[in-house]
Design a protein around this ligand. Sequence first.
Ligand code: BT5
Length: 281
Amino acid sequence: MSDSVVPDFATTLRLQLRTQLLGQPLHFFPTLDSTNTYAARLAREGAPEGTSVIADAQSGGKGRLGRTWVSPAGVNLYLSVILRPPVLATIAPQLSLLAAVAVVDAIAEVCQLSPTIKWPNDILIDGKKVCGILAEMQTEGDVLRAVILGIGVNINATASAFPEELREKASSLLLTGGRTVDRSVFTDSLLTHLEKFYVLWLEEGFSALRSTWEKYAAYLIGKRIVVAAPEGTIAGHVLGMDADGALLVQGEGSGKQHRLLAGDVTVIEGYNYGDDYDPRR
Ligand code: BT5
């Protein structure tokens, strides 16, 4: 397949890209079912760390748990990066937290907007989702072979690009910032931040990113939430995160402290601890 259908994005990004590792090499496609599915195949065939896949449109964009990622052509970013960190598979979910921090910094740098992170993997602006992250692992026994880090960012999508039922909860950088964003400038910024944080994480672990993550996810701290987690549904309030990136939730009723590594968070509106509430007390 050739780059010819998306010459501006593909050619400009290749010329601009400042990274040493991520996006090296970079595969572009006019359409794929899912960049994560394609990158997973490349990873199984032995593609080196850093190999990245971008599609101009996806016909079967994937969210978590079998959900769909709406992926219209020509306006957004659909990116998958192959990583091969020498860590245990249990540590790998930290990569989606790391990616979230990189996305926030790229949006701040390119659009001068201040998104928030909704644990674990949603990026919101004005309460609406502009980015989702899907990290998929390839393992052999306990050994982690690869992580496919998929990132979808709504860049220049207009409201009509989203199906009716998503318009209330999805947005784009164009809709929130009021101006068109150059996709190659944004993608270069994202891959550059992602590479910087990945190298830092390899050298120092998640603790080096934790305070930045907590700052970006601050709105969740102290909030009353319900989490649909693999271990069951938990209601409580958010205390913060631990050094490994797990969400710490003080359970309602039981008072038990839960340490969650995955799940879907719903913030319960209309409940406020007040400005003087310190969740760490
Ligand atoms: C995610 O799942 O948020 C992960 C999305 C990852 C997409 C990237 S694109 C590149 C790579 N290739 C892929 O095939 N996937 C990755 P989840 O937390 O399960 O959220 C999915 C939910 O978000 C859906 O059920 C919708 O409610 C909503 N949604 C779908 N498309 C959206 C969009 N374009 N913008 C905002 N929200 C969307």
